[in-house]
Design a protein around this ligand. Structure first.
Ligand SMILES: Cc1cc2nc3c(=O)[nH]c(=O)nc-3n(C[C@H](O)[C@H](O)[C@H](O)COP(=O)(O)OP(=O)(O)OC[C@H]3O[C@@H](n4cnc5c(N)ncnc54)[C@H](O)[C@@H]3O)c2cc1C
Length: 429
């Protein structure tokens, strides 16, 4: 993948400045450059990607927090189709560690075999099978606009309203969705849940071969050379453009702030700082893979971790040859003794001797996701004032899809406003 970011001086007066080279900023920059604008992306850190970065350490490729890549997201389908970074699919469904062994849960795809497994495994009463089938069929088949227009309540209410039993909620939905939304109370917006469920039904959960960071790098590689300036934190958005931390003012008529929510609130008075979720991922190395399959394992019985997987079963490139890389996420911060507790829980859940596993790395991400409680506006205008815009997952949904869609929307709104200013479109009323 060609390197496209650089550290040299930015052009004196680009048409547009995008602050932040996460997924939202990269998509916005791609659409603005495709429309012929000269764009500069100013990124504070040393590479593109924001929350989607991968580090190489001792032969391992370690994401900064475990992430799956969902090919069902509409923006992903539109932009990445064929020719994107190499991906390996996880096996559909999840494996539940029930305390009495492993149970494969085939949902979200409702099939007769999945229903049989479900009933045999005692996950819930028989009436859950049609209730889950109906919920999934509606989410998969109805237009997204129907979901977006639906009532917004906490997920736990929506599941109860759909006839899903408390037993199934506790044994599957709570452990599964805690890992998706990074909160254990099922307090997240039902609309966000239905959209995520829909994309899971319509796509596949994948592990990029060389790490999650290859996704934003692939987007960045398509931008004109020198568009992205790394190591260039913006201190302030000014009347003329932006002021960087080193005291340089770069002028531009259009400034799009595409940072994470807390940074956007610091740069733009009036933009609220979202409440955010924190997650910690523990990476372990083992001589033998404890589960010879690329699948997500949930601690359905005891909820001691969000999810775990043998990442090297999905993507062998992630670990040195002959070593299994196990990735496990938990809510909140790391603390003394937590790694050992997690390793013990993993031993139970995999049915393996985890005492011989090596802790390879621990990464805590504060602000991993914005909280998305109802009522959750699924997409907000990015316009703040003439020539000033804000985008990112905190303006849509806390996901790759939300970040990309918000970046695309910012670009659309910028282009419409420029066309209006040039008299090519009627003025806004
Ligand atoms: C551990 C983890 C697991 C996740 N799992 C999933 C998942 O499975 N599926 C899913 O869909 N989503 C997942 N997400 C969420 C997804 O990664 C994010 O929603 C998405 O990457 C956000 O992109 P963004 O562009 O909005 O923001 P960011 O990625 O945060 O990008 C913002 C950029 O702005 C830069 N910046 C900040 N301040 C400044 C400044 N002053 N000047 C210049 N630059 C600045 C930052 O350095 C950063 O590069 C996960 C996130 C984490 C952390």
């Amino acid at each position: 993948m060609p390197e496209r970011s650089s550290r040299g001086p930015a052009p004196a007066r680009p048409d547009a400045i995008v602050v932040g080279a996460g997924m939202a900023g990269l998509v916005c920059a791609a659409d603005l450059t495709a429309a012929g604008l000269e764009v500069v992306v100013l990124e504070a850190s040393d590479d593109v990607g924001g929350r989607m970065r991968t580090d190489r350490r001792d032969g391992f490729l370690l994401d900064r927090g475990f992430q799956v890549f969902n090919t069902g997201y509409p923006q992903v389908r539109r932009r990445m189709g064929f020719g994107g970074p190499r991906m390996y699919p996880f096996t559909p469904g999840v494996v539940l560690a029930t305390g009495r062994g492993h149970l494969r849960f085939g949902a979200p795809v409702p099939r007769p075999s999945a229903a049989a497994t479900f009933l045999r495994g005692g996950l819930g009463p028989w009436k859950d099978v049609p209730a889950l089938g109906l919920l999934s069929a509606r989410d998969a088949l109805a237009p997204a606009s129907v979901i977006k227009a639906g009532p917004d309540v906490p997920v736990r209410r929506a599941l109860a309203d759909a006839g899903i039993s408390d037993a199934l909620v506790e044994r599957f939905f709570r452990p599964f969705l805690s890992g998706v939304f990074l909160e254990p109370d099922l307090a997240t917006s039902a609309r966000v849940f239905h959209l995520v469920w829909r994309s899971m039904l319509r796509g596949a959960l994948c592990a990029p071969a060389e790490g999650i960071g290859t996704v934003p790098r692939w987007l960045a590689a398509d931008l004109p050379e020198d568009t992205v300036r790394t190591g260039c934190p913006v201190r302030e958005v000014t009347d003329a453009g932006v002021l960087t931390e080193d005291g340089t003012e770069i002028g531009a008529r259009t400034v799009v702030v595409a940072t994470d929510g807390p940074a956007a609130a610091r740069l733009l008075p009036g933009v609220p700082a979202p409440r955010t979720r924190t997650v910690t991922t523990y990476y372990h190395a083992a001589e033998r893979s404890p589960l010879a399959e690329p699948t997500l394992l949930l601690d359905a019985a005891r909820h001691r971790f969000l999810s775990s997987c043998v990442l090297s079963e999905a993507a062998p490139e992630r670990a040195p040859r002959g070593v299994a890389l196990i990735s496990t996420s938990v809510l909140g911060e790391d603390r003394p003794g937590r790694e050992a507790e997690v390793r013990t829980a993993l031993g139970d859940a995999y049915g393996a001797d985890s005492s011989v596993w090596d802790p390879v790395h621990t990464v805590t991400v504060r602000g991993a996701l914005p909280a998305m409680e109802p009522p959750q506006p699924l997409s907000r205008s990015t316009r703040l004032s003439p020539g000033r815009y804000v985008c990112g997952d905190h303006r849509g949904t806390g996901s790759v899809q939300g970040a990309m869609a918000s970046g695309a929307r910012a670009a659309r709104e910028v282009l419409v406003d420029l066309a209006r200013a040039a008299g090519l479109l009627p003025a806004r009323r």
